[in-house]
Design a protein around this ligand. Structure first.
Ligand SMILES: [Fe+2]
Length: 312
């Protein structure tokens, strides 16, 4: 079958303690030195100190040893030199510089949220009782790392690395400008989009539902009133509800829910795949309010300078 899931990210930032304290304050669990987990998963983010904000490592999972063999052969055909260890393959991303680690296994299953019934016109489901959304509702903190969006100076080469090398599948694209890729049933676990320099555009954390997004986002906003980038909205591509905000290091994160799931690759490719999406219609609602720093991080010049200083 190949890849099964996105596991976690190692983020290098100038002040990892500050980022750890932020996420600890918003419900993540400190599960080890610099490691932040959730109810079901010990690691969503691993933090370490770095001169500038970037992804240092991304871990994904595959099913079997023979999947690792096949991935290794495909990467070698692209002229790369993956390193095999015990049940693990490591390969530097040739464009974005971070290391991709593929390991055998799958991300831990998630504890489902409690039942939620909706009263819609002509279809009332919640009768003679109050909604859990407003009474005693304590939604879970972020449940898992769902996707990562990378800005790349060479979209075609990045696509080749992730699709032809690692085996990600293309769910949708914006022409040949941006690609939504998956390594699990999620509509996308990676989005590749153009950028003058390699950068992390955002990391996305799955929440239970719109109320969980609203409650968690409002709590962040109460502490840091200028941190909302855009949201709440619903993406057109992938269909996820979203709220984009800045963490204390200036990194954008997304709280999201209700993303399209793809379990039949051929059916999706035949009936749903599109490559003609409009890059600027990011939401079914209110796309005109999207700020420029949704598309390129406000600290992109600082990232470029720091990369140059590091000889990259
Ligand atoms: Fe996203």
């Amino acid at each position: 079958m190949g890849l099964t899931s996105l596991l976690d990210l190692e983020l290098a930032v100038p002040a990892p303690d500050e980022l750890q304290a932020f996420w600890e304050g918003h419900g993540m669990r400190v599960t080890g030195p610099g490691m932040l987990g959730s109810l079901d998963r010990p690691s969503l983010l691993r933090l370490r100190e770095g001169a500038y904000r970037h992804v240092a490592e991304m871990r994904v999972a595959c099913e079997t040893e023979s999947d690792l063999d096949a991935i290794g052969r495909r990467l070698e055909r692209l002229g790369l030199a993956p390193v095999r260890g015990d049940g693990v393959l490591r390969c530097p991303d040739p464009i974005l510089d971070h290391t991709v680690v593929v390991q055998i296994g799958a991300a831990a299953a998630l504890t489902p949220p409690g039942p939620r019934s909706l009263n819609r016109p002509g279809r009332p489901e919640r009768l003679n009782r109050r909604s859990t959304a407003c009474l005693g509702h304590a939604p879970h903190a972020p449940r898992r790392l769902g996707h990562v969006v990378f800005g790349t100076p060479d979209v075609a080469a990045s696509r080749a690395f992730y699709v032809e090398g690692l085996g990600f599948k293309v769910s949708d694209s914006i022409g040949d400008m941006a690609y939504f890729l998956r390594c699990s049933p999620d509509h996308h676990n990676i989005l590749l989009m153009p950028s003058a320099v390699p950068c992390l555009n955002h990391y996305a954390l799955e929440m239970d539902d719109i109320d969980a997004i609203g409650l968690a986002g409002a709590k962040v906003l109460a502490q840091r009133p200028d941190c909302s980038i855009t949201g709440i909205g619903r993406h057109v591509v992938g269909a996820n509800l979203f709220w984009y905000m800045l963490d204390p290091t200036g990194g954008m994160f997304e709280l999201y829910a209700d993303m399209d799931q793809i379990v039949d690759d051929e059916k999706w490719a035949a009936e749903q795949f599109r490559d003609d999406w409009d890059p600027f219609t990011i939401s079914r609602w209110n796309s005109s309010a999207v700020r420029a720093d949704f598309f390129a991080p406000a600290d992109i010049d600082a990232i470029a300078k720091a990369r140059a200083a590091a000889g990259r």
